[in-house]
Write a protein that binds this ligand. Structure first.
Ligand SMILES: *[C@@H]1O[C@H](CO)[C@@H](O)[C@H](O)[C@H]1NC(C)=O
Ligand SMILES: *[C@@H]1O[C@H](CO)[C@@H](O)[C@H](O)[C@H]1NC(C)=O
Ligand SMILES: *[C@@H]1O[C@H](CO)[C@@H](O)[C@H](O)[C@H]1NC(C)=O
Ligand SMILES: *[C@@H]1O[C@H](CO)[C@@H](O)[C@H](O)[C@H]1NC(C)=O
Ligand SMILES: *[C@@H]1O[C@H](CO)[C@@H](O)[C@H](O)[C@H]1NC(C)=O
Length: 460
């Protein structure tokens, strides 16, 4: 424990000077299909070739170059690698433990020809199903962001075309050791009986900068994207945003800069007293999610709004259940203003509905003439199910490369696959559609009593 806090302290001292002071044991940035030895992306990161490095073990693959890429897009999306047979990328792991794995997809310039040519594929990593029957959406790049516990000397990321007429396509891969404090060792449930080990795979579903602007990898020491919250906010938007220009007081033992960047903690939305009365309302956000999975919900708080200590008390509700009563930020941050704190909650799948609703509102200890609720950031991670899957009710051994037919037909099909890929390479179309991932959904929550709050873990 002592060693841990020393490590964090020294890390903090360094990171005060430079934004990206975190230095991971494993750090691979791979630009797939490029012929350049290195490619620098828009955030000044150097991605290396996938062929010269020892990471690729291709069975059957093509490098693809977009001849007329969108000039404003990152160069890592200008090339791709395409697999017509199951293939692996292998990363040597220097330090076992949690790793950030980001896989970048952009479907550029290709057409379906007679239905024999489509990108439908599965992706697995060391026994976890990451993506099943996946097709990269057109338009904007899609970044799939995972946290994967690696217990082996190697991380093997496999791309498996769904069948002989399909192919897999990938633009770039990041594999980076996660800081030790990013996910705590275990989550203790509120009844103290159940402990949830962190040795899981997680997929980031939402990473939101509440009340603030988009934070890009350039301003985040773990190169994450944080999006604004407008699309998820269901309560009235008026006057609830605040911004702080001072310095965020990171404490050792509290949330570090790797847990959340300054640019996320320095903005928030608040519930505040009007005139002399405590408002009788909550701030509410709603996030659509898939059923049948558990979710880790991380709420980030930092009191950048109060004038003095000991004034802010509020309640946190998840899907209508009281998840944290009388949250007292002053005590939790050892009496420092503008000091970050986060709370993790694991939401149980069984009776779960297809959204997560977060309410922040006044508690019985809230005071008038004060701030009666705050939220600075929010993350929702999908946790792998009992089969080790993050996508579908199946395990890694059930990911098939289907031999649709045999012998002659199979060869013919794969030939037409190759022709089709050539066509792809030449038929480059520029498409710019405003695809907004899956954020458009806005079902009104009906049954708020349906969620089971399994765990309530707060880190202090
Ligand atoms: C995956 O795709 C294949 C072929 O399109 C389909 O037959 C199968 O049902 C899909 N599986 C799931 C779980 O959606
Ligand atoms: C990084 O953050 C600073 C300060 O908030 C902002 O001015 C700048 O535009 C950001 N840079 C990028 C690339 O997002
Ligand atoms: C606050 O007080 C002012 C002046 O007394 C009044 O005009 C205003 O309507 C009040 N606002 C609310 C929200 O009660
Ligand atoms: C805030 O939301 C919770 C859960 O939906 C609800 O029980 C509570 O009454 C709400 N508080 C106010 C002041 O509306
Ligand atoms: C697929 O078909 C080929 C050709 O008939 C055969 O050699 C191969 O073993 C088959 N693979 C699987 C996984 O069935």
């Amino acid at each position: 424990m002592q060693a841990m806090s020393i490590r964090i302290t020294s890390l903090l001292l360094i990171s005060l000077a430079v934004v990206s002071a975190f230095s991971p044991a494993d750090h691979y940035l791979i630009d797939c299909g490029t012929t350049e030895p290195t490619v620098v992306d828009l955030d000044h990161r150097r991605f290396t070739q996938d062929v010269s490095s020892s990471v690729l073990s291709p069975k059957k693959s093509f490098a693809l170059k977009n001849s007329s890429p969108d000039p404003s897009s990152s160069p890592i999306y200008h090339t791709a690698r395409v697999f017509t047979k199951p293939s692996d990328y292998k990363f040597k792991i220097n330090e076992k433990g949690m790793h950030l794995v980001r896989i970048h997809f952009l479907r550029f310039g290709f057409k379906n020809i007679g239905g024999t040519c489509h990108d439908q594929f599965h992706v697995s990593a060391n026994g976890y199903v990451l993506l099943h029957n996946f097709s990269a959406p057109k338009g904007n790049p899609t970044i799939k962001d995972f946290l994967i516990w690696v217990d082996d000397a190697e991380l093997v990321i496999s791309f498996i075309p769904a069948d002989t007429s399909s192919f897999a396509i990938v633009n770039a891969i990041e594999v980076i050791s996660a800081p030790k404090d990013l996910i705590p060792d275990e989550h203790v449930t509120s009844d103290q009986n159940d402990r949830i080990n962190i040795r899981h795979a997680y997929e980031t579903m939402y990473r939101v900068n509440i009340g603030g602007v988009k934070v890009t990898p350039f301003n985040d020491s773990l190169w994450r994207n944080w999006v604004p919250d407008e699309d998820f906010l269901k309560s009235s938007k008026s006057d609830s945003k605040i911004h702080f220009d001072g310095r965020i007081q990171y404490r050792s033992g509290g949330a570090s800069r790797e847990v959340g960047p300054d640019n996320m903690y320095n903005s928030a939305r608040i519930v505040s007293s009007l005139n002399n009365s405590i408002p009788n309302s909550n701030m509410t956000w709603v996030f659509p999610v898939q059923k049948d999975f558990s979710y880790l919900v991380r709420l980030h708080f930092c009191d950048i709004a109060s004038i003095s200590l000991g004034m802010i008390y509020f309640n946190v509700y998840l899907n209508g259940n009281l998840a944290y009563e009388n949250l007292d930020l002053s005590t939790l941050t050892t009496y420092l203003l503008a000091s970050p704190f986060y709370a993790d909650f694991v939401v149980d799948p069984e009776k779960f509905s297809d959204f997560i609703r977060v309410d922040i509102g006044p508690s019985s200890l809230s005071r008038s003439h004060a701030v009666d609720g705050i939220l600075n950031g929010l993350e929702i991670f999908k946790m792998d199910n009992s089969l080790g899957s993050l996508d579908g009710q199946l395990c890694v051994d059930q990911l098939e490369f289907k031999n649709r037919s045999n012998g002659q037909t199979s060869r013919l099909l794969s030939l037409s696959g190759a022709v089709c890929l050539l066509v792809i390479a030449f038929l480059v179309m520029r498409r710019k559609t405003e695809v907004k991932d899956s954020f458009g959904w806005s079902r009104v929550p009906v049954d708020v009593s349906e969620i089971d709050l399994k765990s309530n873990y707060s880190k202090v």
